[in-house]
Design a protein around this ligand. Structure first.
Ligand code: SF4
Length: 648
């Protein structure tokens, strides 16, 4: 077995091999770096490892992995490699879309492989394939990622797990013991062996076992040793994987509304052809779709005002009787309402903000007997699926323009009042803050604390949304949100609160004990990988730089997005670096602990345009962008020339 591998590597790695490493990653060879702590191996190191493999000296299968990585680089180059950005997005998908990563290998017949793919995808595994298995199948489902038919394709999967341990597990490089523990416990990967492996594949799978990766084999052990699981059936393979500690086993069963047409997220963007339209109800000047609190609502109800055969408008009013629901929370519930109302096949409600444009029903939906009452049932069930503790819901459809006109002023003033409440909310005005740990599925040391003045790292989850989930969806698997009782304010400038520290410590299971909301120094906020921007200290000028996710260039101090992102991902940001959302650029407390915009010396042109008038007038000219300068020396000159003298 090892002889073949030895010859294979020896032949592939000639003395003239160009070993410049993979591009688009901070680690030239992620496996080599993770396992040995070395970026580029010397000739002696390669020869020594080859000898260890040949002599089968303890731990040789780990050496085989990084040797195979060198070969894979020469053979596949950039074609198959997943760059760091793509890798981080795979991790972010663990939040909801994915429960784990599965690599399938072996020469089993096509039907068996497809059955396994189906079983795994039903359990929301992201499926990868490689080796002889790829050769045997002409067409793979689009949702399956192939690492190609090469015998060393497994290393691309291994690179994902090792990068996970390095970035999110913060395992010290070269510490094989820690690395294998981290992979076994947290990296979300599992290898499935279905059918025979080639001798090279066999050695590499053995290497993955020694690296802590669970391996599940169909019917026999394949002479693999370690914590191998043998299953007799395809279903059992998927079931066994589901119970592994490193897999994020979550499947939520949702209630189905009592309506005569199929219902599901898949119908949200269903296109209805003009020829299939059976009924169209237009909105009017007074039409609306809105969710609002109403303490008079005691139980679920659906009311239809007007006759569907003589409609002159179409409005949807959802009144919520739960006294814990406040106005800001209904902004989020309303957004969900506009989404779920389109879950029924053949029924579509087009709206723009709070205004309804029209409702369309297909001939088929009409034939099924679908009525507005059914739409009411759908709204109640689906809102309750998202917010189990939402309480009583009263859905009213208004089909008559006169009724709509009478209600309209009240609706408008409610919208205005709600807008002002959200706009005027501050950290001082809110009695609690809001916590989200959705990204804990891949970032164990990250816990977002969100306030009206420190928006979520991902930028898409406003405080009132997290509040709605914390109160109406407690204990949720996919929306793990909590209220954070602020406690004593320990540092109003940097934003340190006793309650936030306590909550962060609890939510990160003791990994992070202290954070500042508004400073990048000492105890910055934690980060996952969804963050939109990064702020970083530039010591040469004692200023702060701001870089967005899509920036492809370099900051004047040579920092790139990948370098910065890997520095902070999955942990408490290191001293002098902090991630933040675009919305935070407009916060009154924007890194106020560090001087706010007065301390910013460089930001990308794009970000500067977004920040706009949130940058105080006197600093607008003195913040350089990549269009003004590219080096530290140029930055120093720029600052001298443009900075207001009192801030130099
Ligand atoms: S709020 Fe924070 S934890 Fe929640 S999804 Fe966004 S970045 Fe992740």
């Amino acid at each position: 077995m090892v002889k073949k591998f030895y010859d294979f590597v020896k032949k592939s790695l000639t003395s003239s091999s160009q070993m410049e490493g993979f591009k688009g990653t901070e680690y030239m060879y992620p496996l080599l770096y993770g396992i040995t702590g070395v970026n580029i191996p010397s000739k002696e190191m390669i020869n020594h490892a080859l000898e260890r493999v040949k002599e089968e000296i303890g731990g040789f299968s780990g050496d085989a992995l990084w040797l195979a990585e060198l070969v894979a680089f020469l053979k596949d180059g950039e074609r198959v490699f997943l760059v760091d950005d793509a890798f981080r997005w795979l991790c972010v998908a663990l939040n909801e879309g994915t429960n784990g990563w599965a690599l399938l290998m072996g020469n089993e017949e096509k039907d068996t492989i497809f059955r396994l793919i189906n079983e795994l995808q039903e359990k929301k595994f992201r499926v990868f394939v490689t080796g002889s298995l790829v050769d045997g199948i002409e067409e793979l489902p689009e949702s399956v990622t192939s690492f190609g038919p090469s015998q060393t394709g497994l290393i691309y999967f291994a690179q994902l797990l090792v990068r996970y341990a390095l970035i999110y597990g913060r395992v010290p490089v070269g510490d094989l013991h820690e690395l294998s523990h981290s992979i076994e416990e947290n990296a979300p990967g599992v290898i499935f062996v279905v059918g025979e492996l080639s001798s090279i594949e066999h050695l590499l799978v053995q290497g993955m076992l020694s690296l802590g990766t669970p391996v599940i084999s169909l019917r026999n052990t394949q002479n693999l040793v370690g914590s191998l699981i043998v299953s007799q059936t395809i279903s059992d393979m998927a079931d066994k994987a589901w119970k592994l500690p490193n897999i994020r086993a979550r499947l939520v069963v949702k209630a189905t509304p009592d309506v005569p047409v199929p219902v599901g997220k898949v119908f949200t963007h269903e296109e209805i052809l003009e020829a299939d339209v059976g009924l169209r109800l237009y909105g009017s000047l007074f039409s609306f779709i809105i969710a609002k609190p109403s303490l008079t609502v005691q139980e679920d109800e659906v009311t239809v005002l007007g006759d569907i055969k003589k409609t002159s408008t179409f409005c949807v009013l959802v009144e919520l009787g739960n006294r814990n629901i406040d106005d800001p929370m209904t902004l989020w519930i309303g957004r969900i309402l506009r989404r779920v109302i389109n879950y029924a096949k053949g029924i579509k409600v087009k709206s723009k903000g709070n205004r309804i444009i029209d409702l369309i029903m297909t001939k088929e939906a009409l034939k099924s007997g679908f009525r507005p009452e059914h739409l009411g049932n759908l709204i109640k069930t689906e809102l309750r699926n998202d917010f189990p503790s939402i309480g009583p819901i009263h859905v009213t459809f208004i089909l008559n323009k006169e009724d709509a006109k009478k209600m309209y002023p009240t609706i408008l003033s409610f919208i205005e009042e709600r807008k002002n409440k959200i706009k005027n909310a501050t950290e001082e005005s809110e009695s609690v803050f809001y916590g989200c740990t959705r990204c804990r599925s891949f970032s164990l040391a990250h816990a977002c604390t969100v306030t009206p003045e420190r928006s979520s790292q991902c930028g898409v989850r406003p405080w009132y949304m997290i509040k709605a989930h914390a109160i109406l969806d407690p204990g949720s698997v996919y929306e793990p949100c909590v209220l954070i009782y602020k406690g004593k304010c320990l540092d109003p400038l940097r934003g340190e609160y006793e309650g936030v520290n306590r909550s962060t410590e609890r939510r990160t299971e003791g990994r992070v004990k202290r954070i500042y909301l508004h400073s990048i120094f000492d105890f910055p906020h934690t980060a996952c990988s969804c963050f939109q921007n990064i702020a970083f200290h530039i010591p040469e000028v004692d200023g702060i730089g701001l870089m967005p996710r899509d920036f492809k260039g370099e900051a004047p101090n040579g920092m790139t997005w990948t370098k910065l992102a890997n520095k902070v991902a999955g942990r408490q940001c290191i001293d002098g670096v902090a991630s933040f959302s675009v919305g935070y650029l407009h916060s009154q407390k924007f890194f106020q602990g560090d001087g706010g915009y007065s301390r910013v010396v460089w930001m990308t042109d794009h970000l500067k345009k977004i920040a706009g008038d949130s940058i105080p007038e006197k600093f607008k000219r003195s913040i350089a962008t990549e269009k003004d300068i590219t080096t530290i020396e140029e930055l120093k000159t720029f600052i001298k020339k443009n900075r207001p003298p009192e801030t130099l």
